[in-house]
Write a protein that binds this ligand. Sequence first.
Ligand code: SF4
Ligand SMILES: [Zn+2]
Length: 319
Amino acid sequence: MSENPDLFINDQWVMSNRGRKNSVDPQKPYAYLVEKERSISGEIEDTAIIFLTNRECPFRCLMCDLWKNTTNESVPVGAIPNQIEWALNHLPDVKHLKLYNSGSFFDGRAIPQEDFKRIASMVSSFETVIVESHPRQINEKCLIFRDMLKPDLQIALGLETVHPDVLKRLNKQMTLEDFSSSISYLTLHGILSRAFILLKPPFLSESEGIYWAERSLDFAFRIGVECCTVIPVRAGNGAMDLLFEKGYFTPPDIHSLEKVLEYGIGLNSGRVFVDVWDLGMFSICNKCIDKRTNRLIEMNLNQKISVPAKCTCDSYYAQ
Ligand code: SF4
Ligand SMILES: [Zn+2]
């Protein structure tokens, strides 16, 4: 692991490296889409994702770029249900819904609790609703929302990495104990959880990146997480670009993402997905990128390890 004696990573430093936010409308989600996902029952089903526009997350994680589509102030009561209504009118009928708000659904300054009831009634026809939260914002508000919901609730939390020093340097303001007590709390109350895991956060080599993503999968399943999504780390939020320039960060290679997904599926401990958005930036080879991307998509959906592509770029891939 590389040291970074010339950097002191805190909220101020992360923020001082940011660029401008995008312009967003508090009455409209900033994006929505439908993707296929393997459900807990093993079916491959359409899942809608609504990316809600709301106040910026109070945490300032080193690798996060979600602040780009947020407001500086809380949105008014009623705005979040209006956004959901607007998106649902534009989306096809599907069984599962992710309400992702670039932060924590249970942060009252992001999603007013007064809106829970209307949100719950609007999503009553879904089988599953998935929201995201920082582990330190898991509390009785989750149960209040769960009790209003007809669909099953799943909560996605960023574990990021179990590497103790890197986790500290990510400025997530969370310990592994915080994460596991949040999962225990959710499990105790019958709420399923999923974990976001980073592949190759800053300060790690390619092989260390793989090793720690695999240990993070082990940890997540050991403490009761039902499903894990592995996210290859990218630059683009200012702070990460500076770390790239200074040599503390390089994006992972798509071969590493394949290895980690193979490992996760092989554990047979729960669903394991990888983020397949814009994978071109993790490959040096135009010849096999489509094959590798398709392989990852297929493995996400089938949860079975398929045969990897063979290509001349294999010899340049150094772990
Ligand atoms: S808690 Fe999540 S949304 Fe908030 S800064 Fe960290 S990664 Fe971004
Ligand atoms: Zn290739």
